[in-house]
Design a protein around this ligand. Structure first.
Ligand SMILES: Cc1cc2nc3c(=O)[nH]c(=O)nc-3n(C[C@H](O)[C@H](O)[C@H](O)COP(=O)(O)OP(=O)(O)OC[C@H]3O[C@@H](n4cnc5c(N)ncnc54)[C@H](O)[C@@H]3O)c2cc1C
Ligand code: FES
Length: 293
């Protein structure tokens, strides 16, 4: 497992807070200390408004050490994210970050299958760029139900073995970076696989040679039912991998045990672990998905 991030309580400045859809935003913060320590899978705990007692956790979508900036891709779902959507360039906010243990660096020769659902895109986009820089063969699958995609889509330019999609579309920012990706939706849409993103992943794994399949690790983030389905699929294909969990959080630094999830230890025993500082990334097969010990 990765070492936990060294977190800082810091003041950040809003560089921009761009609406991507009616409910989704791309936030860029000037926070050099956070950018320096950020790894894929780390998150920040943002103080959204002085009236709110608890900060809110958000994954790091990207970090630029040279510019000192950190990007967040967020969805407005309630009070805290509602306040965030009103932040203006130049505004100062406080945050704790980067927090947690991120995704591990795979060994050379491994292949990575990234499976994201909705807003779970954020930590895996950051990870895909790290994998690309490491020369790891990567395929990014994104389940996207919204009719109003947050990121521009464009025809995919990379061919994939036994592609189940005719004239596939892909996320433009990934095409630009040379990261192969495919999209799924439950509703029939040109350029998309129709079905769950885990069904798309299963079709693609089935089409691989045994040798390539055995070299493949899964990396997953999205709604809990999707992550559970991905863990079941990994077990069926006898594959390993990692998942980034979401739990309601309070302190964000390991002090309150408000964010625990049942995780299996190396000796096979189950223990509640803190998602904020022991995770949020855990081995896919070690998560107790029914949430009890
Ligand atoms: C490690 C981690 C990474 C995350 N990354 C992202 C991201 O990149 N983009 C994004 O849009 N969202 C992300 N979330 C979810 C995000 O934290 C919640 O949507 C947000 O806290 C909702 O706050 P709210 O005040 O707007 O909503 P409310 O529903 O009013 O929140 C009330 C309380 O519930 C908590 N809460 C509500 N939903 C969640 C949730 N899904 N997970 C954890 N706590 C929740 C809030 O922190 C708050 O304490 C992440 C969550 C975790 C744990
Ligand atoms: S949020 Fe307090 S221990 Fe994780």
């Amino acid at each position: 497992m990765c070492q936990p991030a060294l977190s800082h309580q810091t003041t950040a400045v809003v560089v921009f807070n761009q609406p991507l859809t009616k409910t989704q935003f791309l936030l860029r913060l000037l926070a050099p200390e956070v950018a320096r320590g950020a790894e894929p899978g780390h998150f920040v705990h943002l103080n959204c408004h002085p009236n709110l007692t608890l900060p809110r956790p958000f994954s790091i979508l990207d970090a630029d050490i040279a510019l000192g900036t950190v990007d967040i891709f967020y969805q407005v779902v309630g009070e805290g994210s509602g306040w965030m959507s009103r932040w203006q360039p130049g505004e100062k906010i406080t945050l704790l970050g980067p927090i947690g243990r991120g995704f591990p660096k795979p060994d050379a020769g491994r292949r990575a299958l990234l499976i994201a659902g909705g807003i779970g895109y954020a930590p895996l986009d950051f990870y895909a760029r790290q994998l690309k820089a490491q020369g790891i063969e990567t395929l990014f699958l994104l389940g996207m139900e919204s009719d109003d995609p947050p990121f521009e889509l464009t025809p995919a330019t990379t061919s994939i073995e036994s592609d189940p999609i005719i004239q596939p579309l892909a996320v433009a920012r990934q095409v630009f970076l040379g990261i192969p990706s495919r999209l799924s939706s439950l509703v029939a849409k040109p350029g998309f696989f129709q079905g769950y993103v885990t069904e798309l992943a299963a079709e693609m794994l089935q089409a691989l040679s045994l040798e390539k399949r055995q070299r493949t690790d899964l990396f997953v983030c999205g709604p809990t039912p999707m992550m559970k389905a991905a863990a079941e699929m990994a077990a069926r294909f006898q594959l390993g991998g990692y998942v980034s969990l979401e739990e309601h959080m309070a302190c964000g630094f390991g002090g309150c045990a408000g964010c625990v999830a049942p995780i299996r230890a190396k000796d096979g025993t189950w223990h509640y672990r803190r998602v904020c500082t022991d995770g949020p990334v855990f081995p896919l097969q070690d998560v107790g998905w029914d949430n009890t010990l």
